[in-house]
Write a protein that binds this ligand. Structure first.
Ligand SMILES: Cc1cc2nc3c(=O)[nH]c(=O)nc-3n(C[C@H](O)[C@H](O)[C@H](O)COP(=O)(O)O)c2cc1C
Length: 507
């Protein structure tokens, strides 16, 4: 296994790297499954429970639930996360196939009656959920037509020891593949990895027309070790914690799944969905089970919002690269689920680019709903700065773009059942070319740059100067003595001011 380290991208390794920081809350005491959800609610850190349920199993959740932790996973500071993801998307993938003996994720293999989903530490996440859900589950499926592997994240509602409901209501590549195989009356083999590095989750949430096993490798920026599953032909990362192997039966969207506390912060209704049948569980000897946080009042601090945010930002950025000349930054706010409210900073080179940015963001992703475009001086990650720009740079009758009849997310409760919805664009940039005036200039502490002069008169004779420039001209570290000198000049009729507030010699 040349240059393959099966622990480097292991979930446990990443979680251990958070130890001793504010990013991780470790609970050593035993906890019952019924109490697990409460520990995650509103908790901003990743939470590692060391003894869950009667089997005292380990469970970690919220691992991906902040930009800081996702950035750590990619080895960069938070402000460089998006550029790093965009760079890695261009990395040529390398995949290395391991034998079953070499693959840590197959250290333990459970088949037949030994493969039992109800042995795993799966807890009830929300009060009205239909059953306990496996929520950090990454699905790997081979497309029979193209031979490509599709990777996504899909939650699994327990229906028994070997059955789960899988939500395939929204349009997705997996749904298209499933419907094609169901139409042929064939089961669709699928393997779910539970317990994976944040990078694998980022790859899973991307929807790109490529082999997504390669996408996992590219985003890791390292060779990806894979292994063939025990009961189907799918290749999965060999360094995961658990794999749940099986198939979706071909009966179609026939069994009830849900309700479930969803990614917009409200419940999703009971849906008709396909059924997953388990054929094997494989796992590491010391496997760490994982859950993903999703909805509720603390939605801004959930795995789903952070992962969706990065995916939205990458998608919008790519659209902006063709729509405008100079995108500067993109933020999909976590409190809007990392998708509905998107802030874009651009450097406008020609009039109209803010509107182009709005149009590009509207069109590139159904999930994008309200778009705010700002000039580069506004930090798109600062709620306060964007609120200030909305308050002071926006005129609703001039700068609001509203477009209706667009594809919307059915889970948006404000749609009241409509299949299409409206999007709003807020152009918070200064009208082109008007941002250089004094009344649009943002006050900052004085800097005292400029040439030195022997006297105030000489400084003013050199040309009009702001007060701070006069302080610099005279090397003043106080300023009040200059007030007195200016007053003397004013009294003798020698001082004037221009429309920018600079002092100058009268006449
Ligand atoms: C934690 C998490 C759970 C998700 N669960 C589901 C789900 O149950 N059903 C679904 O359709 N999409 C779900 N998604 C969104 C999909 O994973 C995402 O749209 C993905 O890009 C779909 O991949 P595909 O189109 O390649 O199949 C989830 C996303 C996250 C981050």
């Amino acid at each position: 296994m040349p240059d393959i380290d099966c622990d480097r991208f292991r979930l446990r390794t990443f979680v251990e790297s958070l130890k001793g920081s504010d990013e991780l809350d470790v609970r050593d005491e035993p906890i019952e499954l019924a109490d697990v959800a409460d520990v995650f609610e509103g908790n901003r850190g990743a939470v590692w429970l060391r003894q869950v349920g009667p089997r005292r199993q380990e469970l970690v959740g919220g691992v991906d639930a902040s930009r800081t932790r996702l950035a750590r996973a990619f080895g960069v500071p938070p402000d460089l996360l998006l550029p790093e993801v965009l760079r890695r998307l261009r990395v040529t993938p390398r995949i290395v196939e391991l034998t079953r003996d070499e693959a840590p994720v197959q250290q333990t293999v459970l088949t037949g009656a030994d493969a039992d989903l109800t042995v795993l530490p799966v807890h009830l996440q929300h009060g009205l959920d239909g059953a306990p859900y496996i929520s950090a589950s990454v699905d790997y499926v081979r497309d029979a037509g193209t031979g490509r592997t599709n990777v996504g994240m899909r939650r699994m509602m327990l229906r028994g020891r070997q059955e789960c409901g899988v939500d395939l209501v929204s349009p997705s590549d997996l749904r298209a593949m499933y419907e094609a195989s169901a139409a042929r009356g064939e089961p669709l083999p699928v393997s779910f990895v539970v317990g994976a590095h944040p990078i694998d989750h980022v790859a899973a949430t991307m929807r790109l027309p490529v082999d997504e096993l390669g996408l996992v490798a590219s985003l890791r920026d390292a060779p990806l070790p894979v292994v063939k599953c025990v009961t189907n032909d799918i290749r999965v990362p060999a360094d995961g914690e658990f794999v749940l192997e099986g198939y979706l039966d071909p009966r179609g969207h026939v069994e009830s799944e849900g309700p479930y506390g969803e990614f917009l912060g409200y419940y999703g209704a009971v849906k008709s969905n396909p059924v997953f049948h388990l054929t094997a569980i494989t796992h590491r000897h010391d496997a760490l089970f994982q859950t993903a946080t999703i909805g509720g009042h603390g939605m801004a601090h959930t795995d789903t919002a952070a992962l969706s945010g990065l995916r939205t930002e990458a998608t919008v950025w790519r659209a902006l690269e063709t729509a405008v000349r100079e995108p500067v930054a993109v933020c999909a706010t976590p409190s809007s689920g990392g998708m509905f409210n998107v802030r874009i900073a651009i450097r406008q080179r020609v009039p109209g680019e803010a509107r182009n940015a709005i149009a590009a963001a509207f069109g590139c992703l159904a999930n994008v709903k309200n778009v705010f475009v700002v000039d580069p001086d506004i930090d798109v990650f600062s709620d306060g700065q964007v609120d200030w720009a909305l308050a002071t740079r926006f005129q609703a009758d001039r700068d609001l773009v509203v477009q209706g009849g667009l594809r919307a997310l059915p889970l948006d409760p404000s749609l009241n059942g409509s299949r299409v919805g409206a999007k709003a664009g807020f152009d918070l940039t200064w009208p082109f070319g008007s941002g250089e005036r004094l009344v649009t200039t943002v006050p900052e502490p004085p800097r005292y740059d400029g040439a030195r002069f022997a006297s105030l008169r000489e400084a003013l004779a050199d040309g009009p100067k702001h007060f701070a420039e006069l302080m610099a001209a005279l090397g003043s570290r106080d300023g009040r003595e200059i007030v007195v000198e200016l007053d003397e000049l004013r009294r003798e009729g020698s001082l004037d001011r221009d429309d920018r507030g600079r002092y100058l010699i009268a006449g």
